[in-house]
Design a binder for this molecule. Structure first.
Ligand SMILES: C[S@@+](CC[C@H](N)C(=O)[O-])C[C@H]1O[C@@H](n2cnc3c(N)ncnc32)[C@H](O)[C@@H]1O
Length: 212
């Protein structure tokens, strides 16, 4: 199946069950299709931005870790206190084989995560906030488990940002003092050789700790 067809199916997922079924089928070929065939560069772009704010000894959660591509790039850049979570057991199995995470959790973003409050110095999430994936309500739990002063750094597809409730959610959290916006990156295509699958920006927020 072409990457374009795969993404069309995945973005149209109607619920978590459908989404996990798609990623179950994709897990083993994901790295080959995205990195080798289409030069997926989003992890490198995000890690370059993250490293401006987050120190090397930080405890980082890779939310929607998938096969662990972000963890791998973080590790190559000197970050080793890494944990990951994802809805898909098969994607997590691929991530486990990269040997860069100290813990991996199968969790559903948008539901209670069951992780300890104020646990992480930073949370990074790449390619997860898009059509048919994790909802904007995910940020409530991500903020809760981030230490005061810690960072939440994620990609958002530009068109999705404009056509979803994310804009309202992000500004609402800022207005209620739960986090403050630090940076929004320039737009870039996450795939450098394939037909652009929409454009991303990287958003950097700092958690205030006022809410917990
Ligand atoms: C496009 S992949 C990105 C994976 C990885 N971050 C990367 O950049 O290669 C999206 C990942 O988000 C996960 N995902 C989607 N919705 C989720 C949710 N509600 N909770 C947890 N993981 C979710 C999928 O299982 C998949 O592994």
């Amino acid at each position: 199946m072409s990457l374009e067809d795969r993404q069309k199916e995945i973005y149209n997922s109607k619920n978590c069950q459908e989404l996990t079924e798609y990623y179950k089928q994709w897990a083993k070929n994901y790295d080959q299709e995205l990195v080798n065939d289409c030069s997926y560069i989003a992890p490198q772009k995000v890690v370059a931005i993250l490293s401006q704010f987050v120190s090397k000894d930080a405890k980082i959660l890779d939310a929607g870790a998938g096969t662990g591509l972000v963890g791998e790039i973080l590790y190559q850049n000197g970050y080793s206190n890494l944990e990951g979570m994802d809805i898909s057991a098969e994607m997590l199995e691929q991530a486990r084989q990269k040997n860069v995470y100290t813990a991996l959790y199968q969790k559903v973003m948008g539901e209670p995560l069951g992780l300890t409050t104020d646990s992480f110095d930073a949370i990074v999430s790449v390619g997860v906030f898009t059509y048919g994936h994790a909802p904007s309500s995910s940020f409530d739990e991500l903020i809760r488990i981030t230490k005061p002063g810690g960072y939440i750094i994620f990609t958002l597809r530009l068109d999705f940002y404009e056509n979803s409730d994310f804009k309202l959610k992000l500004t609402g959290l800022e207005e209620s003092g739960k986090w403050k916006l630090v940076e929004i990156s320039d737009k870039f295509s996450p795939l450098s050789t394939a037909k652009p699958d929409g454009y991303y920006r990287v958003w950097v927020y700092q958690v205030t700790g006022l809410s917990h």
